[in-house]
Ligand binder design. Structure first.
Ligand code: SAH
Length: 380
C-alpha cells in the first residue's frame, strides 16, 4: 500500500513545478497546503502516516490511556455544566480515530452522557475518514463528518460544544518571514536553475504579513526567521466565538512554544526520520511548531486555561493512577509496555514538555479539569 502510494506522490511534484513555472514562487503556506492536502496527491490523501510502519506516532497511538483521560475530561466538563441534554463533541483531525474510540469507552461509564452525545469529526482526507469509520465502534450514535470546522459548528447549532484537537494545528500551513535591512520579506518556494528541484528564496519586496508578528518578534535582529499561521488563528477564532455563543470547552494539544519567538520550525518526517521539507512534497509529513501565545491572543473572546505541559495535564487527569490500575491486571510484559507508554507520554525528554495543552471555555463557563498548577496558591 505504501509502495503504491509512493508512485502517486510524483505527480504532485510535477504539478507544483508546473504551478511555479506558470505563477511564480509559492508561499511556504501554499506549498505546505498542497503537500499535505492536495485532493488527489496530498500526503494525508495517499499515505499511512501513523504508527511504527508509518512516519510518526501520536499520543493516542502510544497508549489507550491518552484517549481515555480525554474522555474523562469531556465527562467532567459535561457534569460541571449541569449535564445538558445534548452535547456536540467535535474532533479536529481524528487521524485513525483511536483517540475518539478510547474516549468513548471512558465516556460510556458515565450514566447519561453517551445518550447526550452527538459526534462531529472534521477530516479532510477520505482515506482517513474510512479508517475512522472502521476504528469507531459500530454502535457509536450519530457520527457526522465535515471538511471544515465551520460546518461542524453549524451542524451542532443549539448544543454546547466540546472541541478536541490533538496534533491538528501543527499541520496547518504556515508562512515564513525573514528580517532584512528593508523589512520582513516572505520566504517563498521556487525552483533551482535546472527547474527540477524546489528551493527556498526571498520575495523581492517586504510583506504585509509582518503586521501579524508579535511586537517583540518583529524587533528580532536582521537574518531572523519568523513564522505565522493565519489558518490556525482562523480556526481558534471560530472555536472561541462558537464557545461564546453555544457554551462548552475546547482542548488543544500539540507540540510548540508557550511564548511567541523567532525561529524556523518547519520540519518533515518520513519513517520517523527528519527529511528536507522542500524535497518530495506529498511523501512526508510536513509540520511546524504551534505558537500557543498567538493562539491564546486570537482566542480572546473565550477564556483560556494554561497552556500547561502535556505531562502536567495528564498527571492532573490521573494518568499515574490509571497506569497502576491497568498494570494490576497485566502480565509482566504488558506492565513493562504500560510503563514505557507512560514515560513516552510524560517524560520531559519525550513528549512530556515539548507538547502543551491549552484549554478554552466560554467566558462564564465552569473551570475545566487538568490545568491546576500545584505551585500556585489555591485562589489563583
Ligand atoms: N489527531 C490524530 C491525527 C493527527 S494528524 C492523532 O493524534 O493521532 C493530523 C490529522 O488532521 C489528520 O487526520 C489529517 O488528515 C487532519 N487534517 C490536517 N489538516 C486538516 C485540515 N486542514 N482540515 C481537516 N483535517 C485536516
Amino acid at each position: 500500500m505504501i509502495e503504491a502510494a509512493k508512485d502517486l506522490a510524483e505527480p504532485l511534484a510535477q504539478y507544483l513545478i508546473g504551478r511555479i513555472k506558470a505563477e511564480g514562487p509559492l508561499s511556504v503556506a501554499d506549498y505546505m497546503a498542497e503537500a499535505l492536502g492536495n485532493q488527489r496527491f496530498g500526503y494525508y490523501m495517499t499515505r499511512e502516516p501513523f504508527g511504527q510502519h508509518g512516519d510518526f506516532v501520536t499520543a493516542p497511538e502510544v497508549s489507550q490511556m491518552f484517549g481515555e483521560l480525554i474522555g474523562l475530561w469531556v465527562a467532567d466538563y459535561w457534569l460541571k455544566s449541569g449535564t445538558p441534554e445534548r452535547l456536540a463533541l467535535i474532533e479536529l483531525g481524528p487521524g485513525r480515530g483511536t483517540l475518539m474510540a478510547d474516549a468513548l469507552r471512558a465516556i460510556k461509564a458515565v450514566p447519561g452522557l453517551s445518550k447526550a452525545l452527538r459526534l462531529h469529526l472534521v477530516e479532510m482526507s477520505p482515506r482517513l475518514r474510512d479508517l475512522q469509520k472502521q476504528t469507531l465502534p459500530p454502535l457509536t450514535p450519530d457520527i457526522k463528518w465535515h471538511g471544515q470546522l465551520a460546518q461542524a459548528i453549524e451542524a451542532a447549532k443549539g448544543a454546547p460544544l466540546i472541541i478536541i484537537a490533538n496534533e491538528f494545528f501543527d499541520a496547518l500551513p504556515i508562512h515564513q518571514l525573514v528580517s532584512t535591512a528593508s523589512g520582513w520579506h516572505e520566504r517563498l518556494v521556487g525552483l533551482d536553475e535546472a527547474g527540477g528541484n524546489f528551493t527556498p528564496l526571498l520575495a523581492a519586496t517586504p510583506s504585509l504579513l509582518s503586521v501579524m508578528l508579535a511586537p517583540h518578534v518583529a524587533l528580532t535582529p536582521i537574518g531572523s526567521l519568523a513564522e505565522i499561521c493565519p489558518a490556525g488563528l482562523q480556526v481558534i477564532k471560530e472555536i472561541a466565538s462558537a464557545l461564546e455563543a453555544q457554551g462548552g470547552a475546547a482542548l488543544i494539544i500539540d507540540y510548540g512554544t508557550v511564548t511567541s519567538a523567532a525561529g524556523d520550525s518547519l520540519q518533515a518526517l518520513t519513517r520517523h526520520q527528519y527529511s528536507d521539507p522542500f524535497k518530495n512534497p506529498g511523501q512526508a509529513d510536513i509540520t511546524a511548531h504551534v505558537d500557543f501565545a498567538a493562539l491564546g491572543r486570537a482566542a480572546s473572546s473565550a477564556r483560556t486555561h494554561g497552556p500547561v505541559t502535556q505531562a502536567r495535564f495528564l498527571e492532573n487527569m490521573g494518568i499515574n493512577a490509571r497506569a497502576q490500575s491497568l498494570k494490576a491486571g497485566a502480565t509482566e510484559a504488558q506492565a513493562h509496555d504500560i510503563d514505557e507508554a507512560l514515560k513516552r507520554l510524560t517524560d520531559e525528554n519525550e513528549m512530556g514538555s515539548l507538547f502543551k495543552v491549552l484549554g478554552l471555555t466560554a467566558p462564564s463557563g465552569p473551570l475545566p479539569a487538568g490545568f491546576e498548577d500545584p505551585n500556585l496558591p489555591e485562589d489563583k
